[in-house]
Unconditional design. Structure first.
Length: 256
C-alpha cells in the first residue's frame, strides 16, 4: 500500500480530505462519508474524470475488505515506467462506463505478447510478496502467503482481447495515462462473456447487470461502431449485440 510521508490533501471533486500517513487516502475518505453522502447516486456526484474516479473508488472499497490488495494504479505505474503496452479491463476498468464502481479482488490487464515476460518480471521486482502462476492464456500474480489479490496479466489469444487491445479509451491520471476499452468495446466484451456457453450462472447474471448498467448510464452509444467492433477478428456477434441494445433501450427485458 502506498503511504505518504506527510499529510496530504486529496481533492475528490466533492471533498478535500486531509489524510495522515498512517491511514491513507481511501480510509480518510471513508471516514468522511456521512449517511447522506453515501446515499448520493454515482450520477449525482458528476466527477470531472468518471473513469479515474471510478478506479479510485473501486480500489478504496476493495482495500476496505482486502487491505493488502495492490492498487491498480500502482500496477499501471510500474508498467508505464517499464514502457509496457497494456490495457486495463475487468471490473476496475468498466466501473466508469457503468457509473457504478464496486470491489473486486482481480486486477485484469491485457499485455502485448512481446511485453508479457517483461511485465511479469517488472511487477515481481516491484512487489516481492507476489508469486507468478503461469497458465495458458494468463499469468496470475498473487500474494504468496494469502493467495489473494490476483493481478491477471492476460495474453491476447482470444479474439475479444485482441480486439480490445486496439479499441481503447485513454484516461489521464496525475501525470501519466492508462488505457481502458472504449464504451462500445466494453459492451461487446460483457456481451461475449454473458453469452459464453460455459459461463456459470452467477457470473452470467453479474455480466448481465454490468451490460445493462453500461447501456443505462450512457446516453449515446454508437451502434454502427458497436456492430463493427462485434464483427472484428472472428467475434461475429455485432448484429446480436446491437439487437440486444435496441431491445433494452426500447424497454424490453434482457433474456439471459
Amino acid at each position: 500500500m502506498w503511504e505518504s510521508p506527510c499529510p496530504v490533501t486529496w481533492h475528490t471533486g466533492l471533498l478535500e480530505v486531509r489524510s495522515e500517513p498512517s491511514i491513507g487516502p481511501e480510509r480518510a475518505l471513508l471516514a468522511w462519508c456521512t449517511p447522506d453522502l453515501a446515499a448520493c447516486s454515482w450520477q449525482d456526484m458528476q466527477p470531472q474524470n468518471p473513469h479515474l474516479r471510478s478506479l479510485e473508488t473501486s480500489t478504496a472499497i476493495t482495500r476496505y475488505y482486502l487491505p493488502q490488495a495492490i492498487a491498480p494504479l500502482d500496477v499501471i505505474a510500474v508498467l508505464n515506467n517499464s514502457c509496457i503496452n497494456c490495457v486495463l479491463v475487468g471490473t476496475h476498468a468498466l466501473g466508469g462506463w457503468m457509473r457504478k464502481p464496486r470491489a473486486t479482488v482481480d486486477t485484469d490487464i491485457i499485455i502485448a505478447f512481446r511485453h508479457h515476460e517483461k511485465a511479469v518480471n517488472a511487477l515481481l521486482r516491484e512487489f516481492p510478496s507476489l508469486e507468478a502462476v503461469r497458465r495458458v492464456d494468463v499469468t496470475v500474480l498473487r500474494d504468496r502467503e494469502t493467495q489473494d489479490g490476483n493481478i491477471n496479466l492476460i495474453r491476447p489469444k482470444q479474439p475479444v482481447f485482441r480486439v480490445a487491445s486496439e479499441h481503447t479509451h485513454r484516461v489521464d491520471a496525475d501525470g501519466y495515462s492508462y488505457k481502458i476499452p472504449t464504451l462500445e468495446m466494453a459492451i461487446v466484451m460483457k456481451w461475449v462473456s454473458m453469452r459464453a456457453p460455459d459461463r456459470e450462472y452467477p457470473d452470467r447474471y453479474q455480466d448481465a447487470h454490468d451490460f445493462l448498467r453500461m447501456i443505462a448510464a450512457n446516453d449515446y452509444i454508437d451502434l454502427k461502431k458497436l456492430e463493427e467492433v462485434g464483427h472484428l477478428d472472428y467475434l461475429s456477434c455485432g448484429q446480436q449485440v446491437v439487437q440486444d441494445v435496441w431491445r433494452i433501450q426500447a424497454g424490453e427485458k434482457l433474456n439471459v
